[in-house]
Write a protein that binds this ligand. Sequence first.
Ligand code: ATP
Length: 365
Amino acid sequence: MIQCRGVQKYYGDYHALRGIDLTIHEAEFFSLLGPSGCGKTTLLRTIAGFEDISSGVVLIDGKDMAGVPANARPTNMVFQSYAIFPHLTVADNVAFGLRRDPRSRAEKAAAVDEALGMVGLKGYGARAAHALSGGQRQRVALARALILKPKVLLLDEPLSALDRKMREQMQVELIKLQRQVGITFVLVTHDQEEALVMSDRIAVMFEGNIAQLATAEELYTRPASRRVADFIGVMNFMPARILGETATGVTVEAPGFGQVEIPAANVSHADPGDPAPSIGFRPEAVTLLAATAPATDRVTEGIIDEVVYYGDMSYYDVILDSPDTFGGQPHEIRISMRNVFGRELPDLGTRVRVGWSPGSLILFR
Ligand code: ATP
């Protein structure tokens, strides 16, 4: 549905997009994710036609968009700021998009009702827009965009003004809405969790480049680089030393982990400037064991330094015993465990064992 080929964008001397290549499929929920200033909004605006590109090609539905103004593209945009008219009714706000539509008044009213129904605002048409909650305003903005039946809906941080509870609710509603209407959604967000929850595929952007384009699960379990791994969720990093390499994997030594063969599928890249090599693992990829658990070659020891309680789960920061071969420095790792309802959490300073498996470790080199 959307193809970007070598898309570059300069603002004066500033190189905001540095050669973007991507394909977004029909009916896909696609997210552009990255830290502030990485160029994700610029990329969305070039797709929308609000920005000219400096070089490259943008195709939408197979047509080259060069010289095609925003209002002639099969796209519609929903903004963070909602941009709804507070002095109009809900129905008039939604109908605004149809002002040049030749259909009869009754047909337009039916289209407005249909669009309001899609976003869960059936029966709200006569209400004053200024009297709506943030979540309801965002739904009105969505209905106004959908009533034009675009092939692509572009969403620029649409949920960032909502409180956490409402944001989570709207995330689920947006997923359902996208499935129901079956059109391509392209979402811009700096919120990793939001992108993971909502998207079929995600492009992670840093400094005007795509660092990785993958499904949520691939990004989380097979990050293409240490930087992507660090940006998505929580990742522990430990210094490592490479001892040898075979077709099946790379043997490394890391403090507390001894010698371990990392499977070839778990070998990823370090970026220039990263402390390389290192091993990484997610907080849930290792297990907290009692100090009395059997000591095996896949168990390491340490002391609980911090417990962070989240109700359903807790984070445990554990300082691992470190052998002198790594300078004897303490290495702290973060472990997550589900809480057992009613069971007391271990105290700070408790000696514990940490269980792990080679398949849950990633080597960045
Ligand atoms: P944010 O989440 O903060 O909006 P972003 O990833 O969406 O960040 P963009 O808005 O695409 O980032 O901006 C990318 C870079 O281009 C930033 O450094 C920004 O300052 C710069 N930039 C954006 N628009 C313009 C403009 N009209 N003129 C000059 N520089 C711009």
